[in-house]
Ligand binder design. Structure first.
Ligand SMILES: C[S@@+](CC[C@H](N)C(=O)[O-])C[C@H]1O[C@@H](n2cnc3c(N)ncnc32)[C@H](O)[C@@H]1O
Length: 279
């Protein structure tokens, strides 16, 4: 399926994630493949496990799981461009029997009760109000099923000197995505899972994650170097054509710099894996 061609004005009007979907940016996960494998382990994902991936983006993680574990994955996302490219990815990888995608909202799941063995979010719950979304995640899980998340988080205790940088990072991400973006602490996540009715809660924290090394490990899985180079080239052309897009790219780099590479803040920020069982 050839990529739909949009004019620069149409590109400027896309929401942040529709733009990322349009660019076919394959994944948004600072923990790399290792964090997805560990999430699969925590959620007991094996062959034929029925997985719902909420906020699946362009389907990188869904296809990775379906391919590596032989599970079936339904991915949903509110951004249409994401779903378009997720379907394309599944087709290209010959995974359409195990990885399917549809537009859908985390707050309004259109699935029967108990229809999945695992519900996962990867860099999505940080944009959600779990008090509103997690009851639905719980409802669609079969008893014994697991909710697992891989999200950015902040340490329980952030010293005074790091606090402004952490808050700045949150603010930049809210601005770029136009979504509520919250870094929650391990204690808060544990509490969120408990309040939503989950038991056997496991929490694993990873700080000081520079994005590059983990991401490099995923390049092949998600399309290869040629595709990555093509995407970067296309972004460069867009940046050259549009000052609005240059500003947007500038904000994205600032957010990443603050959240992931800032010497002070990055000690207190990272990704968290959290999983719980529906009794
Ligand atoms: C940072 S991306 C992560 C994408 C994907 N999970 C991955 O790891 O590649 C966040 C995704 O969440 C989606 N999203 C945000 N709010 C959502 C909601 N209420 N329901 C479904 N998807 C949502 C966005 O459209 C975006 O694709």
């Amino acid at each position: 399926m050839p990529k739909e061609h949009l004019s620069i004005e149409e590109i400027e009007d896309l929401g942040y994630y529709d733009f990322m979907g349009y660019m076919e940016v394959p994944f948004f996960n600072v923990g790399g493949a290792a964090s997805i494998d560990r999430l699969a382990e925590l959620c007991k994902i094996v062959e034929d496990t029925r997985v719902l991936n909420v906020g699946c983006g362009t389907g990188g993680n869904s296809c990775y799981l379906a391919n590596r574990y032989g599970c079936t994955v339904v991915g949903i996302d509110i951004a249409e461009h994401m779903i378009e490219h997720a379907r394309k990815r599944a087709e290209e990888l010959g995974l359409t029997d195990r990885a399917t995608f549809q537009v859908g909202d985390a707050y309004d799941l259109q699935f029967p009760d108990a229809s999945f063995d695992a519900v996962i979010t990867v860099f999505v719950s940080q944009f959600l109000d779990p008090g509103r979304a997690y009851p639905g995640f719980h409802r669609v899980l079969a008893p014994g099923g697991r909710l697992g998340i891989n999200e950015m988080y902040r340490a329980d205790e952030v010293p005074q000197e790091a606090l402004p940088r952490v808050q700045e990072g949150e603010e930049v991400f809210r601005e770029i995505t136009e979504l509520p973006f919250t870094l929650r602490s391990p204690t808060t996540w544990r509490e969120v899972f408990r309040a939503a009715g989950f038991t056997d809660i496991e929490v694993e924290e990873h700080t000081n994650v520079g994005q590059t090394s983990a991401s490099l490990g995923m390049v092949e899985e998600f399309g290869g170097w040629a595709k990555l180079a093509g995407t970067l080239w296309e972004m460069l052309v867009i940046a050259l054509k549009s000052s609005k897009m240059r500003q947007r790219f500038g904000k994205i780099s600032r957010g990443k710099r603050v959240l992931l590479r800032d010497k002070v803040a990055s000690k207190y920020i990272g990704y968290i894996l959290c999983a719980g069982r529906k009794p």
